[in-house]
Write a protein that binds this ligand. Sequence first.
Ligand code: HEM
Length: 203
Amino acid sequence: MVAFFAAVMDTVTTYTGLSPAAFFTILALMCVVYKTVCSMFVDPEPPEDLKNKLISSSAAASAATAANFSNQTVIPETVQLGEVTEHELRAYDGSDPNKPLLMAIKGQIYDVSRSRMFYGPGGPYAMFAGRDASRALALMSFDPQDLTGNIEGLSDSELEVLQDWEYKFMEKYVKVGQIVSEQTSKPTKNGDKVPENQNHDGA
Ligand code: HEM
């Protein structure tokens, strides 16, 4: 053991030209400097969401995480809307955060509130919110003129594209109602019909 120790000291002196005492003092100082510099780049406290993840096994932590999430993203409860006109559907375009975000395909209305990042104000597909977007989806068009449920004159392949969209929506979202044409809609309080400027063909 003593021989091994002496051999290590000899090797240190041979390779570094330093006395063993000087070598180990410098090594210790380098460790201290390394530790000090590293600690300058580490957050003293983990961020709040990471802390929640670390202790997420406890029920209290899960509740805290859920509360934290619901503070940031309030998804209104899904409510069955029943029959509405295309015009009435416009009120559900996401401009009122207390109302669900709705969108229709082939006259069937879906609650797309969970995809606010797509359809909410400022989202890439915000123009579809509160609309029957059948024609736009069938044609893969962002033209405002195609924001209608009127699918007259579409080709077979365009109708197939629309069908694929419908399947996607049926699978992903809850259906909350359907669009009725102006004539079959219920009158408003003062007996007038809600004005309508686009006809939905109900296909
Ligand atoms: C450059 C062309 C386009 C690109 C790169 C693109 C990209 C995307 C991506 C990445 C998503 C998210 C998919 C997911 O996570 O489920 C998406 C969703 C969507 N896209 Fe596009 N898109 C394009 C064109 C279009 C067009 C022309 C339309 C219709 C007119 C359209 C309608 C939609 C809709 C409705 C959704 C949301 C579907 C849902 O609710 O899950 N996109 N798109």
